[in-house]
Design a protein around this ligand. Sequence first.
Ligand code: ADP
Ligand code: MG
Length: 703
Amino acid sequence: MPAPKRKPAASAKTTPPSANKIEDKLARLGLRTDMDLVLHLPLRYEDETQVVAIHEAAFMAGNAVQVEGVVVSCEIQFRPRRQLVVTISDDSGPLVMRFLNFYGSQVKQLGEGTRVRARGEVRHGFFGAEMVHPSYKIVLEGAPLPTVLTPVYPAGEGLSQTLLRKAIGAAMARVDWHDTLAEPLRTALKLAPFEASIRLLHNPPQDVDEHALEDRSHPAWVRMKFDELLAQQLSLKRAQAARRAKGAAPLPLIGTLSAGFLNTLPFTLTAAQQRVLTEIRADLGASFPMQRLLQGDVGSGKTVVAALAAAQAIDSGFQAVLMAPTEILADQHFRKIAAWMEPLGVKIAWLTGSLKKKEKTEAQERIESGDAQLVIGTHALIQDAVQFARLGLVIVDEQHRFGVGQRLALRNKGLDTTSALDGAHTVPHQLMMSATPIPRTLAMTYYADLEVSVIDELPPGRTPIVTRVVDQDRRDEVIERVHAAALEGRQVYWVCPLIEESEALQLQTATDTHATLMAALPDLQVGLVHGRLKPAEKQAVMEAFTRGEIQLLVATTVIEVGVDVPNASLMVIEHAERFGLSQLHQLRGRVGRGAAASACLLLYQSPLGPTARQRLRTMRETTDGFEIARKDLEIRGPGEFLGARQSGQAMLRFADLETDQWLVEKARTLAHAWLHSAAPDDAAAVDAHLARWLGAREDYLKV
Ligand code: ADP
Ligand code: MG
């Protein structure tokens, strides 16, 4: 949050500017209250309790050490570049301190005869032992060494460690130290006391287990992580309760549409689809809004489950809306669902940004009048002009592709309109779908307020996809293989390389690849689809491919999500080393959808870096989306996983989702117990704990 603006002249005169500035700078780090400061814990520690003789330090290259000596020379050198070179010396020998950036004041400060304590890594320079940019301080002879480790805090611009230390020290003297975990509970959980833990982390005693401090396994750290996770769980659960308190129109399973739909489906649901459908049906019947995440690997059949949920809403006399992240995907949903449901008399509207003005107005009118029972489209659905008559269910496909704000905007479309029905303040039920499986740890921490349904089974009759990693040099063989497959009546995707730096270049590559493949395979119909085509053109190409008129489809990543052409059974991905794991998995999911044995060829350009090698190996070894997600988490860390839903992450500063799993479980259990307890003490504990750990930050979690 930006610091509040101050009036320029008047206030600057009345308050000392420096105090004000410090406050601003602290605020920029999110440090506003005393408790914020107290919970601003060190990143790491420096050991300044020892001084090493310079000649010994010279043998400890690569380690941070502290030496003490007297300046024997201090000069600015100009070659090979401008730098300040200060030589200090103790009884055992000299050491050079080298500063590539320095202030004029340092030159004065480090005059000959000054006694300095310097801390840094020693290396062997041309003139013997040296430290580059050591931290140092001027001391008097015989000045006592600190007896505790020196904390190093996360700092912002213009905030020195000294200043932070002072501010934190002052806050510690004022703050309310009461432990939010009552004594018996704390003992039962085997956790250290709050105050003692914090004091230890800010000022570790001499005999502390430094290693445990460093890897944050020290009981004091464990207590901090637990508290933090507890706050997060409490807050997410409370947001969930608030949502429930809002109320929703119940959409019970009545009417004939759902049953009719199931009867006319050309297949029977898998056991997993049946199970998640039962979960969703129960939620929809409740008078508080469903908030459910439907996870299922690519190809597991989420669309039909979504359509069945929509049928239930329609049966109850409400509208349902399905939003997808791309035109291609929205279009495909529309076709598929219309084929299923229009014969049953369901009226479906279609709304995307590419519609002509007149068509758009028409669609909007049908949505507003309630004539359209099911609405399918893209982001265009969020626009202000779109008003629903009685929106009961919101479905978001590939939800991680949307921002929190976008999803919220769609949900809010149901607010005013449904409230007119019975005067109550209601929100629509919400079903979010994702093929990017979220590992359990993440699901528990970041989605603690969501119900999660998982389709953990693929429809029968799929043959596993065989994945091969192939050197770019063997392109000719690959083209031959494509040719052979096409002659057998199979269809092929050829995915062009991702060029992140330049969309123009990516487009160029796609066009070039298309031309090359047309020339190499003159007897095949080769199509091209990319993001710059007009929606109608894109649609035409995709339709031709679906009908089997195009045998080889050259494509950019526009086909990444959702595209479903069961007859396509071979995919070539060029420069596979440039793609991320989940992206490769999504792309590969475009094949293996029919009965034919499918293959995916990952072309790479050598040499491969270690991460790329690891990614391609994972792709070759498994097609299990959860396994791939787990590996992805290992390779990339949790941050990138969460897409737009970063809210929960903003809160976790200390806990580490991989190593602290056991703490997450403990925190969850306690959060549940507290929130379901009738004891006033527990309710007070929830408030106190949230106030302490979140303060103003709780707003992050309101979505
Ligand atoms: P995703 O979960 O990736 O969105 P889709 O909903 O696109 O998967 O389904 C993939 C394909 O499987 C579609 O062609 C769909 O019609 C088909 N399908 C879905 N459920 C079943 C089932 N129970 N039996 C056979 N085919 C199914
Ligand atoms: Mg899908």
